[in-house]
Design a protein around this ligand. Structure first.
Ligand SMILES: NC(=O)c1ccc[n+]([C@@H]2O[C@H](COP(=O)([O-])OP(=O)(O)OC[C@H]3O[C@@H](n4cnc5c(N)ncnc54)[C@H](OP(=O)(O)O)[C@@H]3O)[C@@H](O)[C@H]2O)c1
Length: 336
């Protein structure tokens, strides 16, 4: 087989991405160089930060130009190895891009033990989003029993994991999510104490009541009006973890300013979270979280698109808030 496929940007994206901003193209099968492996992609991760990468707004990466391959993480099976210590049949996670096959430097991939958990969990609850939640809750917020922890985008992989960890530490977890189905899942599937649908006309009153006397921790995934509301309700001495700004990723304007007066009045501590800083804790996190997952104390939920051709549509759904659970693409079969 000397042909493969990849997904390229079909046209520059303004505003919300659509499926037709992306196009699948045939390409030559990548050739691994010495020190590289050739992988057959099984799962691709769809993540909100990719919207910023595509437009050149994410930590100095991008922009992606029309005709270029969309970047992103994936899990693949090694089919050819030209590197020591890794063999055909091994499963790896790496920066594959939206491809059916990828040639990767062996130093840039992480081997996955397929016996630990379902493979796809390594892109979500056991992967970068899970580590983000773990680091935010345990290393930055230092959540403890008695905290009232408010989490936005609570049905997504970061938010749902953050709230579940808060509960495991004896805190009360309150979610914010869009729509009745997500609201139900946040409580019934992920076990939060309560969830507010921020599209309800009286969501502000519901939020105040659910978090009374005020959240001691706010884990922000969305920015904008929801962040402003959470800061207004924050308890005196509250801790705020700024993790994401998804309500603003599709716009061109700089993020809305935070009201510094509110932070002063609340004697708040605000910490910005960048998951890359916590990669040294990856193994410790994986060991702890995979035990939780196997014991059933940590739950996951996936929003799967099937086939590389559906990656663009899946990404558009994610950025429109239509995903329920970790957004990913099943590109090829898992090994038998
Ligand atoms: N700082 C870091 O290192 C780091 C690492 C990973 C992720 N993050 C951030 O964490 C956040 C959650 O990521 P995730 O991977 O768990 O994805 P996710 O929750 O599945 O993200 C998609 C969800 O965001 C919400 N959303 C989408 N568009 C929105 C809009 N215009 N306004 C408000 N909410 C909107 C929707 O949920 P609702 O329907 O519930 O609104 C949607 O389902 C993102 O902001 C991401 O960038 C940060």
């Amino acid at each position: 087989m000397n042909q493969s496929q990849h997904v390229v940007l079909a046209a520059a994206i303004e505003g919300a991405p659509r499926a037709d901003h992306f196009r699948v193209e045939d390409c030559p099968m990548p050739e691994p160089l010495p020190g590289q492996i050739l992988t057959r992609i099984i799962y691709l991760s769809l993540d909100p930060y990719l919207r910023g990468v595509i437009s050149g707004r994410h930590m100095g990466e991008g922009p992606i130009l029309p005709g270029q391959t969309i970047p992103g993480r994936g899990i693949g099976e090694v089919v050819v190895s030209r590197a020591d210590g890794i063999a055909p049949g091994d499963i790896v996670l790496g920066e594959t891009g939206w491809r059916a096959h990828a040639a990767l430097d062996v130093q840039t991939v992480r081997k996955i033990d397929p016996s630990v958990a379902p493979l796809s969990a390594h892109l979500g609850v056991l992967g970068m989003p899970g580590l983000t939640a773990w680091a935010g809750m345990l290393k930055l917020a230092e959540v403890k029993a008695g905290d009232i922890v408010l989490v936005s985008a609570a049905a997504g992989p970061v938010g749902s994991t953050a709230g579940q960890i808060a509960r495991m530490k004896g805190a009360r977890a309150i979610g914010l999510a869009g729509g009745p189905e997500k609201k139900r899942l946040v409580v019934e599937h992920f076990g939060f104490d309560a969830c507010i649908d921020y599209r309800d006309p009286d969501w502000r009153a519901q939020l105040k009541a659910a978090c009374a006397p005020g959240p001691s921790v706010y884990f922000d995934n969305v920015g904008g009006d929801v962040l402003q509301a959470a800061l207004q309700d924050l308890a005196i001495g509250g801790r705020v973890i700024l993790c994401g700004l998804i309500s603003q990723y599709n716009g061109d304007a700089p993020p809305a300013a935070i009201n510094a007066g509110l932070l002063i009045g609340k004697r708040a501590t605000v910490k910005g979270l960048v998951v890359y800083d916590f990669y040294p804790w990856q193994e410790a996190f994986l060991a702890e979280a995979s035990l939780w997952l196997r014991a059933g104390t940590l739950k996951m939920l996936e929003d799967r698109s099937v086939g590389l051709a559906q990656a663009g549509a899946g990404f558009a759904r994610l950025m429109a808030g239509q995903n329920i659970g970790k957004a990913l693409v099943a590109v090829g079969p898992e090994p038998a």
